[in-house]
Design a protein around this ligand. Structure first.
Ligand SMILES: Cc1ncc(C[n+]2csc(CCOP(=O)(O)OP(=O)(O)O)c2C)c(N)n1
Ligand SMILES: [Mg+2]
Length: 327
């Protein structure tokens, strides 16, 4: 038995499958160099974006990183516009100017993503400060990686957020690596969530590959922020199933992925989608037929997104500076 409705659980499953299928669909285009911008795939980390965004309302805001397709889709961004953006097309979510690392959809609360490691954390704090000054009840989530925990801006941002009790969730996706640098080679202790504790804010660590645990943690954090008792710091433990960038460095020895094979194999067994499927089967929630339907529908959505992206045009040369901020 479970306390969640079948619909809610099916939606979590659908979101994770949408992210995974969308990410994996990019492998071939990347290898064929059809996609020209750097692409950082989120495969293996889907439970975090899915669980966190399920705890948010549409009016809430998120800020992402260089690895943000999952955040964008989970918060309601359009797959068509995502693929079009990655193809550099005018119909993309950033009008083809940004590529994979600059996804946004302000109408859905996806206020921006950027490849500067740690670069969006202070922007998210500014957003939360604005919400508080305007007395809105919106919560802002700042997604960042374990590597960003090595950037000074995180500490300045948490300090201001803690001082002003801002409604912001610092969501650290700890996939144990910063590019190819293992966390144990750049941090004396593997305890990122304790950064928050030192600023006196509620901080905890959860299994980022268990979508229901992620959801519960995020829900609790959102409640705290809505009651004006934020900020909250959550460290989600996870692992990426593909290489740092592109598609091709996921197999040890062939490219630059130097992660131990045994470590990759261990984490494959903890694949968040497989884990959740086992939960759904064990609790007799989603029959095989329903799961198949979700997968088929998602396949169709992915195919449709490519048709849309490929038939769209590139931005016009003469419009290069259109949308550039001018005073
Ligand atoms: C300020 C800055 N320094 C270095 C880089 C190069 N760089 C790109 S991604 C990355 C690793 C980021 O690691 P993490 O924050 O853990 O995110 P992950 O890639 O693991 O999701 C680095 C060092 C950068 N983009 N920006
Ligand atoms: Mg990392």
């Amino acid at each position: 038995m479970t306390k969640y409705s079948k619909q809610f659980l099916a939606n979590l499953y659908r979101t994770m499958v949408r992210i995974r299928f969308c990410e994996e669909s990019l492998v071939e285009p990347i290898l064929k160099k059809e996609v020209q911008c750097p692409v950082h795939l989120y495969s293996g980390e889907e439970a975090i974006a899915t669980g966190v965004c399920a705890a948010l309302a549409e009016k809430d805001y998120i800020f992402g990183t260089h690895r943000s397709h999952g955040h964008y889709l989970a918060k309601g961004g359009s797959m068509r516009e995502l693929i079009a953006e990655i193809y550099g097309k005018q119909t993309g979510c950033s009008r083809g100017r940004g590529g994979s690392m600059h996804v946004c959809d302000p109408d859905k609360g996806v206020l921006g993503a950027a490849p500067i490691v740690g670069g969006t954390i202070s922007l998210a704090v500014g957003c939360a400060l604005a919400s508080k000054m305007k007395k809105e009840k919106n919560v802002t989530v700042s997604f960042f990686g374990d590597g960003a925990a090595g950037e000074g801006v995180l500490y300045e941002s948490i300090n201001l957020a803690a001082l002003k009790k801002l409604p912001i969730i610092f969501a650290c996706e700890n996939n144990l690596y910063s590019t190819h640098m293992p966390i144990k080679e750049c941090r004396p202790k593997n305890n990122i969530f304790e950064i928050g504790i030192s600023y006196g804010i509620i901080s905890f660590r959860v299994d980022g590959n268990d979508v229901l645990r992620v959801y519960e943690a995020a829900k609790k954090a959102v409640e705290i922020c809505r009651k004006n008792q934020g900020p909250v710091f959550i460290e989600f433990m996870t692992y990426r199933l593909r290489g740092h960038v592109g598609a091709n460095d996921s197999i040890q020895g062939t490219h630059t992925d130097i992660r131990p094979k045994e470590e990759i194999a261990k984490w494959r067994k903890k694949d968040p989608i497989r884990k959740f499927e086992q939960y759904l089967i064990r609790n007799k929630i989603l029959a095989k037929g329903n799961r198949e339907t979700i997968r088929k529908e998602t396949e169709a959505e992915v195919n449709d997104a490519y048709v849309f992206a490929k038939k769209s045009s590139y931005p016009k040369k003469g419009e290069l500076t259109k949308y550039v901020f001018k005073k």
